[in-house]
Each structure stands twice: as structure tokens, then as C-alpha cells.
Design a protein around this ligand. Structure first.
Ligand SMILES: Cc1ncc(COP(=O)(O)O)c(C=O)c1O
Length: 405
């Protein structure tokens, strides 16, 4: 073996993105070892995920986007079915509905939490509504109970996109597990990654989990909520009359190398999330007492997992400093670049001006979300070095003081 020594030394960089365990698991996988007890690395990742988040079933897939697609399929979304989602999120939530022939319908958000507003969900429900997709943005779990109640009354399925919210908590439970289906992403910048891409679908409903697994696994007939692999006798399968497929699916399966990386990441997820929370606490201190940088409202019901530290920037109205001017001044002082919120999905060129079953995607669908989108600032929380994070948040505090807190 060539030059893998330092890579396998977890003391080399205990807070590194990869600390040696990932490489160790990958090498074991590539040497032909299973993950213990005859389990594949994917099965081990799924089982560990169930244990960590407290879900009955978990289905590993190759991205959050593919997970959302499979979840929407499991929810029964088909041609002409409306799926209500927030006006402030990434486009992938709408892609999932549209790829199944569904109609993406947008509900406005609550300015304080940036999350979908249950009151507007109610207004948007029609006889063609099939599902609701909630999105827990930046690590802040959505207030899911009122939405589950609306869904119960109207017999709708709720998919909670928790891509940004791994290990956030809602009323004590891990966010994403209280909806009918939850979806997580392991893309490179998320709380944990499988090397660069990956996702997970969770559900406590065996039927929904089976449908999602089949869709994400090319539609094999033998698949169940818990297992992707066949345990059938070879003599049964090695038969020209054996029928394999009963669902028109796609191949969204996670590969074993990704699963080995993900398992190592998942095993220390609490420490990773705790570090992001520490960084967020520094940012909170930096903006304390500033009326024009308003962090997300965090109710007593939730624990924020701080994928980013997001504020509603009111500096233009309050102090005459535009978003981009603030950005440039922060950078000039030695701060890090930060992101703005993604454009409202229906205003992205992929959707803007399109019409689905008479529902036209155009400006004005969600006024609160459209105004908020222009103001949000998203500061990174994944600093490996807490001293560096402290330095950046001090620079932020100094700039706020300079402008006038
Ligand atoms: C809220 C949200 N949903 C869905 C996704 C899609 O996940 P992925 O990039 O793994 O496909 C992402 C991240 O990229 C996300 O932030």
C-alpha cells in the first residue's frame, strides 16, 4: 500500500473534515471486508442512521435530490397532483414534484423562522393537493406539529426536507423524523458527507419506506422497507421465469465507498454538530443588540443545528448600507465571504414564467419570501478551528459597531 499512513492517523487532524476513520473504512471496504455481521456498508449506514435519528426505516440514496424524488413517488404524487412547498428554499424540492408530473404550489413563509407558514398552506390546499413539503432551513427545524395536523385533516402526506438540519431537534426528537417521510443530504458542505454526495430517506411507515426503496432501487420486487438485498435462494432467482421488477424506478442507490465514508462521519455527528453550534453562539454574540441583523427565531421547542448562521439583514432600511456593501466591508476587514439565500424557486430561470396545470410561476406568489430572500445573509459555521471562527465573529462585531449597533 502506498502512502496511506498519515491518512489513517486520526490524531493528525482530529477536527479535520476527514479524520482517518473514513479512509480506514474505505480501505476495509475495498479490501473486501463487510461492515460486520455480513452487512454491506450501506446497510450498516442505514442501521446506524435509524439509531441516531430514532427512525424505523432509513434508505440510503445517492443525493438529497434523488431522496426527495423517491419520497415524492412514495407519497403517491403523480400527474396533476399539487405539492405545496415553501416559497423560500432550493429548487430541488420543486424538481421532485415536477419530475413526477406534479404541480409545484408555493406557500409563503414566516419572516422570523424563514419556514413555511401553516396559515398559507391552508389557503393553498385544493382538491388536487397530494402532499406538503416542508423545509427546515439553515438547521432550524420547522414547526411540524401544526402542519401534520393540517395534513391529517386533508389526508395529505408530509415530506420534511431536512437536508440542512441533521440532528436539529423538535420537541426532543430529531428533526425530519416527525413527518411521514424525512429526507437528508450528505452533499459536501452538509453536517456530514459521504465524500461529496449522498442522501437518506427516513420513515416510520413500512409502506412508504418500501415504495421509496423500490423507486430508488430500480423497482426490484423483493425489496422491503428494511432491506435492499435479496435473501432469496439462488435457485429461485436463477430461473428464466423469475420476475424481478414490479415498480418503475430509477437507480438512486448509494455506493459502498460513499457508505463507508458516511458511516465514519455519522459515528461522530454529535461532535460535528456541537462545533457548528459553538460557532453559531459566537455569531449570536456578535450580533447581540443589533436591531438590523436579526437571527432566525428559535422557539423553546427546537434545537437549531446551524448549517449556517442566517440573519435577516435590515441594514439598508436602518443604516443605509446595502447587502453587497456590507459584504464588501466585511471582506475588506478580513471577514469571510457569506452567501445570500437562493432565489425563490419559482423565480429561477428553470421555472419562472412556466405554467403547470394552469398555475403560473411568477413574481408575487409569496411576498414575504420574496422580500426576505433579498435580505438574508448566511454565514458559514463549519470552521474547523474555533479560534479562526472567534476572529471572524469579532470582525463582524467590529463592523456592526462601526455602522452603529
Ligand atoms: C434544503 C435542501 N434540499 C435539498 C438539497 C439537495 O440535496 P443534494 O445536494 O444532496 O441533492 C439541498 C442541498 O443541496 C438542500 O439544501
Amino acid at each position: 500500500m502506498e502512502n496511506v499512513g498519515p491518512m489513517l492517523d486520526p490524531t493528525r487532524d482530529p477536527f479535520g473534515k476527514y479524520n482517518g476513520k473514513e479512509a480506514g473504512y474505505v480501505l476495509r471496504m475495498l479490501s473486501g471486508e463487510d461492515a460486520g455481521g455480513g452487512r454491506s456498508w450501506t446497510q450498516a449506514l442505514e442501521e446506524k442512521f435509524c439509531e441516531k435519528v430514532g427512525a424505523q426505516y432509513a434508505i440510503a440514496c445517492n443525493s438529497g435530490t434523488s431522496g426527495l424524488h423517491a419520497a415524492m413517488y412514495a407519497a403517491g404524487v403523480g400527474p396533476g397532483d399539487e405539492v405545496i412547498g415553501p416559497g423560500l428554499t432550493v429548487v430541488m424540492d420543486s424538481y421532485a414534484a415536477v419530475h413526477l408530473g406534479g404541480v409545484p404550489v408555493f406557500a409563503d413563509v414566516i419572516a422570523g423562522t424563514h419556514a413555511i407558514d401553516p396559515k398559507d398552506i391552508k389557503r393553498k390546499i385544493t382538491p388536487r393537493t397530494k402532499a406538503i413539503i416542508t423545509v427546515s432551513l439553515q438547521g432550524l427545524p420547522v414547526d411540524i406539529d401544526p402542519i401534520m395536523e393540517i395534513a391529517r385533516q386533508h389526508k395529505l402526506i408530509v415530506v420534511d426536507d431536512s437536508a440542512q438540519t441533521l440532528m436539529g431537534r423538535y420537541k426532543g426528537k430529531v428533526a425530519g423524523t416527525q413527518a411521514h417521510i424525512g429526507v437528508y443530504s450528505f452533499e459536501n458542505k452538509k453536517h456530514m458527507t459521504c465524500g461529496s454526495e449522498g442522501g437518506m430517506i427516513v420513515s416510520d411507515d413500512a409502506d412508504l419506506a418500501t415504495r421509496a426503496r423500490k423507486f430508488a432501487g430500480i423497482g426490484y420486487r423483493h425489496m422491503t422497507a428494511t432491506a435492499g438485498r435479496t435473501h432469496l435462494a439462488m435457485s429461485t432467482v436463477q430461473d428464466p421465469d423469475y420476475l424481478r421488477f414490479d415498480t418503475i424506478g430509477l437507480n438512486y442507490r448509494m455506493n459502498e465507498v460513499s457508505a463507508a465514508v458516511g458511516l465514519a462521519q455519522l459515528e461522530r455527528i454529535e461532535a460535528t454538530v456541537a462545533r457548528r453550534r459553538k460557532v453559531a453562539a459566537m455569531f449570536l454574540e456578535a450580533v447581540a443588540g443589533c436591531s438590523w441583523m436579526v437571527p432566525q427565531t428559535v422557539s423553546a421547542d427546537v434545537v437549531h443545528s446551524y448549517y449556517t448562521f442566517a440573519v435577516d439583514y435590515r441594514g439598508l432600511d436602518s443604516r443605509g448600507v446595502a447587502w453587497k456593501d456590507f459584504y464588501n466591508r466585511y471582506l475588506a476587514k478580513g471577514g469571510d465571504g457569506f452567501y445570500g439565500a437562493c432565489k425563490n424557486p419559482y423565480l429561477e430561470p428553470a421555472f419562472r414564467g412556466k405554467e403547470y396545470a394552469g398555475y403560473r410561476l411568477e413574481p408575487g406568489l409569496c411576498p414575504v419570501a420574496e422580500a426576505l430572500q433579498k435580505r438574508i445573509m448566511q454565514f458559514k459555521t463549519n470552521y474547523r478551528d474555533l479560534d479562526e471562527a472567534r476572529g471572524k465573529t469579532r470582525i463582524l462585531a467590529a463592523l456592526i459597531d462601526e455602522i452603529g449597533r
